[in-house]
Design a protein around this ligand. Structure first.
Ligand SMILES: [Fe+2]
Ligand SMILES: [Fe+2]
Length: 249
């Protein structure tokens, strides 16, 4: 059995590390890995990233993260990446990590992702240069996730993004925001992976809902903190194809 702890959108503020750290101290007893689905900081300030490091440094289990749009706001994402690395947090962006735990192997492929919208109503590379740039960036972000998934040859594979791969988990958000909350191309990357993806985890949609699935049937979970309403959700990966992911808490 593999148990994944996951949360996104903590939007950590400077100076809050000592208050937040106790919420995560039991994670190592409960899960094989802790996934952070972006928007670690409120707006990408380095003092906020310091607090993130205080919370997750040395928790006793692998902590794997992607950044979110908020973490990019001050343009300091490269420095934040270095700070997270020093704190032992593995930051993924179009990359993957393989872990051995409890006699099995689990691979996490991660990318921030981007908006772009959903099939039939998505951004197209047509018209103004700005629209082409928006649609191209969306496509590029999905390609990086696809490439990261292709790197894995583990018993279990999990996809980690900030932006949503499906619209199921956006239900509750204003429709006008959907093109900025995710992209169907992320789901296409997951569904076309050469290894089956057991679970796709994302954040970003604070007012969405938790459960969804890609067109190919991969379970999708929106773990934005306001959605899961707990410091982190705990998911047990299914042992048989066709069995759904079980939320333990
Ligand atoms: Fe957020
Ligand atoms: Fe976000």
């Amino acid at each position: 059995m593999v148990t994944i702890a996951a949360v996104g959108d903590l939007h950590i503020e400077a100076g809050t590390g000592p208050r937040l750290r106790p919420l995560f101290e039991r994670a190592a007893d409960e899960a094989d890995v802790l996934l952070l689905a972006g928007d670690l900081t409120e707006c990408g300030e380095l003092a906020q990233a310091d607090a993130v490091c205080e919370v997750f440094d040395g928790l006793g289990l692998p902590v794997i993260a992607v950044l979110g749009n908020h973490d990019h706001d001050h343009g300091e994402q490269a420095v934040i990446a270095e700070m997270l690395a020093r704190a032992g947090v593995t930051l993924l962006e179009g990359s993957a990590v393989a872990l051995t735990t409890g006699g099995t192997t689990i691979g996490i492929a991660g990318a921030k992702g981007f908006g772009g919208g959903f099939a039939g109503r998505s951004a197209e590379k047509f018209g103004e240069d700005e629209m082409k740039a928006f649609a191209s960036h969306s496509e590029q972000c999905a390609l990086t996730l696809h490439a990261a998934l292709a790197d894995l040859d583990t018993s279990w594979v999990v996809a980690l993004t900030h932006y949503a791969p499906v619209r199921d988990t956006l239900a509750g958000e204003p429709l006008e925001l959907f093109p900025f909350l995710g992209s169907h191309q992320l789901a296409a990357a997951i569904d076309s992976a050469t290894v089956p993806v057991a679970l796709a985890v994302h954040g970003h949609a604070h007012y969405g809902r938790e459960r969804g699935a890609t067109p190919g049937g991969t379970p999708v979970r929106n773990v934005a903190a306001p959605v899961i309403a707990t410091p982190y959700a705990l998911y047990q990966l299914p042992t048989d194809p066709g069995v759904d992911v079980i939320r333990l808490r």
